[in-house]
Design a protein around this ligand. Structure first.
Ligand code: GLN
Length: 478
């Protein structure tokens, strides 16, 4: 087995036993990047020198007999929307093509403190807007399972990098599904914690009331280790929560028997759900019934039909406001013109791609005088109804199971001309985002060589239960 194929847990144990060095481990990821990233194109920036320097430091600590953290010397990749001090951070946009972050996101700072090794910054849909990584301002990323297909998005570069063995885990962001959807399509675990569980500080904002920092891992055991390292209150971020963390690596081992499972009937009635995906999910549910010894019960989330429309009002409204700061003066691309307004217009016209512009226009419209009540305010009310549906359901069950995506990875170019079709690929992930709930996707089968993901949704701040169920499922799924 090659070193880059190890899990975090395996690699850590071997580092401590001095079976190989952190430099060797990092080198094996960098070699793999060199070998296959020309086809996959997961990375915008590879931080080779910094990675090797960090790995060397860890090796010195081990040689001196110092104790090291679980993530010390373990190579990871970060979506290029996390600010990493003195490293190019583009958000996948031409408008930030040459932007060097002057400061560090809380998440990458916490990982730095643990001596984690950053191997590079990964490709994404521009400002995280998209479901295929084709909206990147630079180039599309390819799915390692089938190079003619998309890896999903918007954190498609991170999902593809992990699936291709370029790193041992990867960071992403999930606003409406951008971790869970690419995780499903690339056959890896993807975790979106509760909104507020992880700090958004230093992550370029898309839609602030929805943006959630999360990650991709090879299995749940690793996912538990990462959550422990990155989650928790942050004085720099006012929406981060001080609700105590659990000991995730311990929690996942506790018993799952008797756990109450809910199946939202509306999700399975949805037009567009691939019958093959439906079959695979049904099989996974049966397995979980066996594991928990309890029958899954049907629950109802009656406002599911409105979730997508609601998201596509609230999200663009926040996008239009968050992206107002890119004016060609404060950061990045600056196009000269005769006057200031001309420079704003030219910089934004050239710097932003079509999807970003579409959303800025939609958002500006729905926030404008006369339309605010009809659209934005109404959407906020619908968001509350979606949240209440989940509150009702969680009176009856502990976790909710659903497909992550309606179809496996689609072909590059297949949906790019039809935004509504592209938006529909997040139909199963958006409701939990609107409600701020923790949810994860984990591999549960394949159609041909294409992976399918099972989604587990939990109650707010109850990451431990979805991880635990995922862990048991992973161990027993064969
Ligand atoms: N695909 C969804 C969108 O385009 C979700 C994006 C995300 O979660 N960042 O908005």
């Amino acid at each position: 087995m090659k070193l880059n194929e190890l899990t975090i847990k395996q690699a850590h144990d071997s580092l401590v036993k001095k079976e190989f060095t952190a430099v060797e481990l990092t080198g094996s990821c960098l070699d793999e990047i060199k070998k296959t990233d020309q086809q996959i194109r997961a990375f915008i920036t590879v931080t080779l020198e910094q990675a090797l320097a960090k790995a060397k430091q860890v090796d010195q600590k081990i040689a001196q007999g110092d104790s090291i953290s679980d993530l010390a010397g373990i190579p990871y990749a970060a979506k290029d929307i996390f600010c990493v001090a003195n490293i190019k951070t583009t958000a996948g946009s031409k408008i930030l093509e040459n932007f060097i972050a002057p400061y560090e996101s809380t998440t990458t700072a916490r990982l730095k403190k643990q001596d984690a090794v950053l191997v590079g910054k990964t490709n994404l849909d521009e400002f995280a807007m998209g479901s295929s990584t084709e909206n990147s301002g630079f180039f599309p990323t390819h799915n390692p399972h089938d190079l003619e297909r998309v890896p999903g998005g918007s954190s498609g570069g991170s999902a593809a990098a992990l699936a291709a063995g370029h790193c041992l885990y990867a960071l992403g962001t999930d606003t409406g599904g951008s971790i869970r959807q690419p995780a499903a399509m690339c056959g890896v675990v993807g975790v979106k914690p509760t909104y507020g569980r992880t700090s958004r500080y230093g992550v370029i904002a898309m839609a602030s009331s929805l943006d959630t920092i999360g990650y991709f891992a090879k299995n749940i055991e690793d996912a538990a280790i990462i959550l422990q390292a990155v989650a928790g209150d942050d004085e720099k971020e006012s929406t981060s929560s001080n609700i105590a963390l659990d000991h995730y690596s311990e929690e996942i081992k506790k018993d799952v028997r008797g756990l109450k499972i809910g199946i939202p009937q509306e999700y399975f009635e949805l037009e567009g759900l691939d019958p093959e995906v439906k079959k695979i999910i049904a099989k996974a549910i049966k397995k979980i019934e066996e594991i928990t010894g309890s029958r899954a019960r049907e629950i109802s989330l009656p406002h599911t039909d409105y979730a997508l429309a609601c998201y596509y009002i609230i999200m663009p409204a926040e996008v239009s406001s968050n992206l107002a700061r890119y004016d060609g003066i404060k950061y990045g691309l600056s196009e000269k013109s005769q006057d200031l307004l001309g420079s704003y217009l030219k910089s934004r016209a050239q710097g932003f791609g079509a999807e970003v512009k579409r959303r800025i226009i939609l958002g500006t419209y729905s926030l404008s005088y006369g339309y605010y009540d009809a659209y934005y305010k109404k959407a906020l009310a619908v968001r509350t109804l979606v949240k209440k549906d989940f509150d009702q359901a969680f009176k009856l069950v502990d976790v909710i199971l659903a497909p992550t995506t309606p179809t496996p990875a689609f072909k590059l170019g297949e949906k790019i001309g039809d935004p509504l079709q592209m938006y529909a690929s997040d139909i199963f992930t958006i409701p939990a985002s609107l409600a701020g709930l923790p949810a994860l996707s984990l591999p549960c089968g394949q159609i041909g060589q294409l992976p399918v993901g099972l989604q587990i949704i939990g109650q707010q701040f109850d990451e431990k239960t979805i991880l635990r169920l995922g862990h048991y499922y992973e161990q027993n799924r064969k």
